[in-house]
Design a protein around this ligand. Structure first.
Ligand code: FES
Length: 107
């Protein structure tokens, strides 16, 4: 289990305990958190699970694969240095406390 905070564009946040194994995208979907569409179901093709990792993050996240990097160039909201596809972020105890910001739009 890992606690993940999803910050909404309006400044509110939703904090949930996500079971392991999972992804940050699935953590949002199983908790009915608005702002993650995940149209491709987690195969790094649609870009509608785009999140911004909190700038203060010091938790270990996996390196970005080339396919994720490519998809992030086509997201609806602007890409930033902190952009990731939440379907490519596995949930583990190591990322307990992760904070992600949801973009204004996913499509
Ligand atoms: Fe489609 Fe993540 S769910 S890219």
């Amino acid at each position: 289990m890992a606690k993940i905070t999803y910050r909404h564009p309006n400044g509110t946040e939703t904090v949930v305990d996500v079971p392991v194994p999972n992804t940050v995208m699935r953590g949002a979907k199983i908790n009915n958190i608005d702002g993650i569409e995940a149209q491709c179901g987690g195969s790094a093709q649609c870009g509608t699970c785009h999140v911004y990792i909190d700038e203060a993050n010091a938790l270990p996240l996996p390196a970005m694969h080339e396919s994720e990097d490519d998809v992030l160039y086509g997201t609806a909201a602007p890409r930033r240095a902190t952009s990731r596809l939440s379907c490519q972020l596995p949930v583990s105890e190591e990322i307990d406390g992760l904070v992600v910001h949801l973009p204004e739009t996913q499509s």
